[in-house]
Design a protein around this ligand. Structure first.
Ligand code: NAD
Length: 358
């Protein structure tokens, strides 16, 4: 098959890690008989420097004409919060999610073999292993609600952020979670704060309705505060965890931390239609940019997610994930992962080792 991929290299370590991921795609293509066409898309601080806007006109249209989008990372101190919104890279990230209608964010948090020592969890908990798929609603809730700030007569200034969810928004993310669970261990944990919030009570009602449609999937409700505790106490109990935008933002960061390395974690953002957006969860790491020190694994594993979820190429996705595990199993590591100094490699070499295993 032929696939067209929009490639946003971005800022900082973005170009280095994306280079390795693109080479991995070419290796997989050669082995499995696919061809990939790459369309470079300028976005982020580099776009601000080139054309004065972090999200140049036509970015969404270019991406929509492709089968998937691969993003390195955007941002850096040069384009900080003192700059006008249209020049800030974060504005571009929110805009592309909105324009591509990416309402589902998938963040796997997997304890990879050999990484147990890097995990902050108790050794016995880490050794038991875990493989959580965090499913976060990405375009609704408090981050997109009406906000206001105003002066009161007797309480000084006041601010408000409104959290709104509709049945439609809850149902479409819920369905994604149940469908995903069917491809995995068939368990969904829906996280809310139904003992306090009206949005959570609606969330729970809709999830219960959906659960009846998926009798083959085990379903449970969990309050968000309990979930935050369970992730560090017993992460092995989870399969698919689905939750609203803000809870998902916080819990997915917590789940990623317990895996032991930020440089290993991929993500996918999906809508009802193509293209999906695939990116590592880390940022542009300006402190190590241009030094061949970045770990390209999170970006390479994001390509595996692209193959699995956008192209339905499960064998190709497995080949990439197995190659990453094999390289880690042999003790090779980049500077973000502790290990044998003799097996410390840079970004380019790490990419080469992974390709050799494919
Ligand atoms: P960061 O993730 O860029 O870096 C945090 C720490 O982790 C740094 O010490 C960095 O060197 C290290 N690190 C991150 N990725 C690594 C990798 N692949 N290999 C080795 N080490 C790695 O977070 P930050 O420093 O808070 O943010 C830097 C910039 O990135 C900011 O401008 C921020 O806005 C932006 N950012 C972008 C995205 C995105 O593009 N989606 C996400 C988060 C942050």
């Amino acid at each position: 098959m032929d696939y067209k991929i929009a490639v946003i290299r971005g800022d900082g370590i973005g170009p280095e890690i994306v280079n390795e991921a693109v080479k991995v795609m070419e290796t997989v293509g050669a082995k499995y008989g696919h061809s990939f066409g790459f369309v470079d898309v300028l976005m982020g601080g580099c776009a601000t420097d080139a054309v004065g806007k972090s999200y140049p006109d036509g970015t969404a249209e270019t991406c929509k004409a492709c089968d998937a989008v691969l993003l390195g990372a955007v941002g850096g101190p040069k384009w900080g919060s003192d700059k006008p919104a249209e020049q800030r890279p974060e504005t571009a990230l929110l805009a592309i999610r909105k324009d591509l209608e990416l309402f589902t964010n998938l963040r796997p948090a997997t304890m990879r073999k050999g990484m147990e020592d890097a995990s902050p969890l108790k050794r016995e908990t880490a050794e038991k292993g875990f493989d959580i798929m965090m499913v976060r609603e990405l375009t609704g809730g408090i981050y997109f609600g009406k906000r206001d700030r105003y002066q009161t007569e007797d309480r000084g200034e006041e601010a408000t952020d409104l959290m709104t969810y509709s049945e439609m928004e809850i149902e479409r993310i819920g369905r994604q979670a149940f469908e995903l669970a069917r491809l995995r261990s068939k368990k969904v944990t829906s996280v809310d704060k139904a003992n306090v919030l009206a949005t959570s009570r609606l969330w729970r009602e809709v999830m219960h309705r959906l659960a009846k449609e998926y009798p083959d999937v085990t379903y449970e409700d969990m309050l968000v505060d309990n979930c935050a505790m369970q992730i560090v106490r017993d992460p092995g109990q989870f399969d698919v965890v689905v939750t609203e935008n803000m809870f998902g933002d916080i819990l997915s960061d917590e789940a990623s931390q317990v895996t032991g390395s930020i440089g290993l974690l991929p993500s996918a953002s999906l809508g009802a239609q193509a293209p999906g957006l695939y990116e590592p969860i880390h940022g542009s790491a300006p402190d190590i940019a241009g030094q061949d020190k970045a770990n390209p694994m999170a970006t390479i594993l994001s390509v595996a997610m692209m193959f699995r979820y956008s192209f339905k190429l499960a064998a190709e996705a497995d080949a990439i994930e197995n190659a990453v595990d094999a390289v880690l199993g042999e003790g090779w590591h980049t500077a973000d992962i502790a290990g044998d100094p003799e097996k410390l490699v840079g970004c380019r070499k790490m990419g080469e080792l992974i390709r050799a295993h494919i």
